[in-house]
Design a protein around this ligand. Structure first.
Ligand code: SAM
Length: 258
């Protein structure tokens, strides 16, 4: 994986209403929130992966058209999409096949896909162009920073986190996305009544997700325990791989409360 993301232009921003503990977990002690040097444990590693010529061409020619550069300031969603519509954030869309299908099936919603992986971004850019999708934009950057810096509180209609990297080794669990500080941040960005939908094929991560989401005061489970897969979520690439390996699949759908 390789990010090639634009550098933060910096600048002071209003921060979301997060508890001191959450702020502390997202920012190293002693650094001002959103300071340009702020770091946190990444949920991904930089790796050079295979990229096709088509994906390379898409990155070269279509990135400006369909992507929004990361910036340390709030994103005007209506301006970014050219319309006011409920906006769903997808974190880690991989090659983007699921994102494309959902955006096609739900033309009334806007979709903001966040991914760091060059081949995946190239792949989704091609899909947007092929399907002439007007309701999908990409930010190629660490989702933690995108959510923290670009998304205003109480704005998202939904969040999709499908098959995030499970980081199975215990010493790597700290890299998992679905942990209390990031879930608190995400919940603060969802509108009351909006939803967060996670799915995983890793049972022990599913248990962690259920615990973390259930413990977040701004969220309530829409069902008892795990949810059936809703019709709008097609089977993803990673899910297919997991099923082939004999894994189960767990969906979790929580609603943001007022
Ligand atoms: C296991 S893949 C799942 C891809 C896709 N959702 C699927 O189900 O096929 C997880 C993806 O999340 C991306 N990712 C991990 N951490 C991320 C982060 N902090 N910001 C953006 N993308 C991230 C990875 O690059 C990877 O493509």
């Amino acid at each position: 994986m390789n990010t090639n993301t634009p550098a933060s232009p910096g600048g002071a921003q209003a921060t979301a209403p997060l508890s001191d503990a959450t702020q502390a977990a997202l920012q190293p002690a002693g650094q001002a929130p959103n300071s340009p040097g702020a770091t946190h444990i990444r949920s991904f590693v930089h790796r050079r992966g295979h990229i096709t010529q088509g994906q390379r061409d898409a990155l070269e020619h279509l990135l400006d058209k369909w992507s929004i550069p990361y910036a340390d300031r709030r994103l005007d969603l209506a301006a970014a999409f050219g319309r006011e519509a409920p906006t769903v954030l997808e974190i880690g869309f991989g090659m983007g096949e699921t994102t494309q299908q959902i955006a096609l099936a739900r033309p009334g919603d806007n979709f903001l896909g966040v991914e760091v992986f060059n081949a995946g971004v190239g792949s989704l850019l091609r899909r947007i162009e092929e399907s002439n999708l007007q309701n999908l934009r990409i930010v190629q950057h660490d989702a933690v920073e995108v959510v923290r810096d670009m998304i205003a509180p109480d704005t998202l209609a939904g969040v999709h986190v499908y098959f995030p990297d499970p980081w199975p080794k215990k010493r790597h669990h700290k890299r998992r996305l679905i942990q209390p500080p990031f879930v608190a941040l995400l919940a603060s960005r969802i509108k009351p009544g909006g939803y967060i939908h996670c799915a995983t094929d890793w049972q022990e991560y599913a248990v962690q997700m259920l615990e973390v989401l259930s413990a977040e005061p701004l969220l309530r489970n829409t069902v008892e325990g795990y949810a059936p897969r809703p019709d709008y979520r097609p089977q993803t690439k990673f899910e297919t791989r997991g099923l082939r390996l004999g894994h189960g699949v767990w969906d979790l759908i929580f609603q943001r409360i007022a």
